[in-house]
Design a binder for this molecule. Structure first.
Ligand code: NAP
Length: 472
């Protein structure tokens, strides 16, 4: 054990990026780092809990790595604490040697077209949060009992998650950790066609291969690709096509060649279409999507871009999901790049946007650092880059430069007292463990990994209790 005083770090946000950063810091040979993680919800794991689709349990098993980090004696979790409400940037500057922002990208990018906000048009974040039991989205109302067709805008993995979740049968969902309310509503889902539209071609789609391939395993949905449209959309060769994109094209050709099996639902993958307006009215909601037919044109560096032609197409639809990417939200007092929806930074060091100079002791990881790209594992490397910057700054601090903060009160008990005074319902890691045990016990009876609690009140009640649930 080191004789040097501890270096106290606040990590804001408990998703993969925050946990990888905490893990790298705690594993540092100096053994000097103490990590306090501040999380808005009483539950940790960010998008692993509230973003990864319920039918992808393997992806969720990554939390075992984060659990090891959380069990570290130099780690503390402060759940149900809101940055900007219970704790400010100034509070953290007074108590920690460094702050690592790991708040992700929690809202959708806007489409910016007329009708975008009509009833029945939903950002994917809301739908994803709803089926995953996120307390913010549990009351979402979806016209799943009246709409027959849904249009999903975007060609990324979130668009495929949305299309798949609308297609899975109750039997396929019943053994998952989907929120109970979503299981009930999706069982009475009358959608029989889901149209996924990409503004560019199949070679430019952002899907990854396993996600595109698994559509063929759906029990009660056919995947429809029009061979003529597919080949038209491939007419312009993409000089930047990656092996993933090439494999996607092969998979799409396989779908195009398969005759439909007459299943209950159809997932139709369309290309070279950009929404220009959502049609409908506020009383009756969205009724159709108007789209421009596009062609591909190579820009200066050879990247195929969508260019609208004069041709239009209208697809009738009672539901629209906008899955065109996420963006971060600004944190009070912390620099923010409105255009990119991220905290401006140089390799993980937060920078003053007016000078480009790093701000002492402030760092950033994950989607709020680089934007919403990559898979969960991408955040491990991303967090390492930021932690390397912290370690480099610590070494130069030793040499007299003091690039980390010099907090007035770097005392672990003092900060806990302050947080408890501001938020008496603070949920420590033990509180989350009670919630976790409770949810798992509820799942045992129905062969599910867990039954999620979806209100903050329920979570707080269970977090404050001991032992397994009485009613399981
Ligand atoms: P994404 O991968 O960036 O895809 C966004 C899609 O929206 C792209 O096809 C993009 O087309 C399209 N788009 C953007 N602006 C548009 C506009 N104005 N009009 C029409 N289309 C527009 O984003 P995502 O699907 O939200 O996923 C975010 C990240 O999470 C990705 O890295 C993804 O792989 C990851 N993720 C992974 C999984 C998994 O591993 N199973 C599941 C979910 C999400 P252009 O290419 O033309 O811009």
């Amino acid at each position: 054990m080191t004789e040097d005083p501890p270096i106290r770090i606040a990590v804001i946000g408990s998703g993969p990026a925050g946990f990888y950063a905490a893990g790298h810091l705690l594993n540092d040979n100096s053994e000097r780092f103490e990590v306090d993680m501040v999380e808005r919800l009483p539950t940790p794991w960010g998008l692993v809990r509230s973003g990864v689709a319920p039918d992808h349990p393997k992806i969720k098993s990554v939390t075992r790595v984060y659990e090891k980090t959380a069990a570290h004696p130099r780690f503390r979790f402060f759940g149900n604490v809101h940055f900007g409400e219970h704790v400010s940037r100034e509070d953290l500057l007074a108590h920690y040697h460094a702050i690592v922002y790991a708040t992700g990208s929690s809202i959708d990018r806007p489409l910016g077209i007329p009708g975008e906000h009509l009833p029945g048009s939903h950002p994917a974040t809301e739908f994803v949060g709803w089926y995953n039991g996120h307390p913010d989205h549990r009351d979402l109302e979806l016209a799943l009992d009246s709409a027959r067709r849904a249009v999903v805008i975007g060609n990324g993995n979130v668009a495929l998650d949305v299309a798949r979740m609308l297609s899975l049968t109750r039997d396929e969902l019943a053994g998952t950790d989907i929120a109970d309310h979503a299981l009930d509503v999706l069982e009475h889902n009358h959608i029989d066609e889901i149209v996924v539209v990409g503004r560019r071609g199949p070679a430019q789609a952002a899907f990854t291969n396993p996600e595109l391939r698994e559509l063929k395993d759906l029990l009660d949905a056919d995947v429809i690709v029009d061979p003529a449209e597919l080949e038209r959309a491939l007419a312009v060769a993409d000089p930047h096509a990656t092996p993933t994109a090439q494999r996607n094209v092969e998979l799409l050709r396989e779908y195009a060649a398969r005759p439909p099996l007459g299943r209950r639902r159809r997932i139709v993958l369309r290309f070279l279409l950009s929404p220009v307006a959502l049609l409908g009215d506020p009383a009756h909601g969205v009724t159709a999507v108007e789209l421009s037919r596009n062609e591909l044109a190579l820009d200066g560096d050879g990247t195929p871009r969508a260019r609208a032609t004069a041709e239009r197409e209208t697809i009738p639809a009672g539901l629209v999901f906008r899955a065109i990417g996420y963006r971060g939200i600004p944190l009070a007092g912390v620099p923010f790049d409105e255009r990119l929806g991220v905290i401006p930074n140089a390799g993980g060091r937060v920078v003053d946007p007016s000078t480009g100079d790093p701000l002492r002791g402030e760092y950033v990881v994950g989607w709020i650092k680089r934007g919403p790209s990559g898979v969960i594992g991408t955040n491990k490397k991303d967090a390492q880059q930021t932690v390397d910057a912290i370690l480099a700054d610590v070494s130069s601090a030793v040499n007299g430069d003091a690039p980390l903060l010099a907090p007035e009160s770097p005392d672990a008990e003092a900060v806990e007292r302050m947080l408890l005074a501001r938020q008496p319902d603070l949920v420590p890691y033990e509180g989350w463990l009670s919630i976790d045990r409770h949810e798992r016990a509820l799942g045992e009876g129905s062969n599910r990994p867990r039954v999620k609690l979806t209100t903050i009140d329920e979570m707080l009640r269970i977090a404050a209790s001991e032992g397994p649930p009485e009613d399981s």
